[in-house]
Design a protein around this ligand. Sequence first.
Ligand code: DX5
Ligand code: ZN
Length: 220
Amino acid sequence: MVRIAPSILSADFANLERDILAVSDADWLHVDVMDGHFVPNLTLGLPIVTRICEVAPIPVDVHLMIDDPDSWAVRYADAGAGSVTFHFEAAADPVGLARRLRAAGVRAAVALKPATPVERAIELLAEVDMVLLMTVEPGFGGQEFMEDVMPKFEALRAAADASGSEVWIQADGGVARETIATVVRAGADTLVAGSAVYGAADRNAEVRALRDLANGEHHH
Ligand code: DX5
Ligand code: ZN
């Protein structure tokens, strides 16, 4: 079974609790933390994530697009997240950080930008619970899905299966009805969708539609 994680980047930030409750049928709530340095955009930080974790009816999946995750990531675990993802490109000590996240009681995850070789994640397979492969350049919602990232999913899925790893493989960026089958066939099992879910009139219905489409392609 695949997992669907709506991204609140495309929610109405003036009605955040309403828009969080609108995706209660999803598996995870994806929260994009951007600092205006690692990526050009700026979103929200610890105080808001703390409140999101308190009101969310489903576990929170924090995606940190920030410099110096070594100093900040564990605070998001302490804030109540269920999963914390840091970017490999920003981390000084990815292994140490993943271990500290697991010790803090959350799922530890590493993210790679589209141009970062998938080998950087394969080397970390024993240390992480999920790998996020970006299917757009991080920073903004509503961008076009990058199909040329699919070989990275295939290589990661093959490496995970070969090593008996139970790692989750997450796709983030441009996932929608038109693209979800492609990325699931390539090996993803955890799908972030921002504009696709929040652009729909019935957000929970869109979550279920995406899940049904993805499960139709999923064979793991
Ligand atoms: C982009 C964020 C994504 C974003 C995806 O940097 O990491 O989570 O919300 O938005 P869509 O699904 O619209 O591409
Ligand atoms: Zn994200």
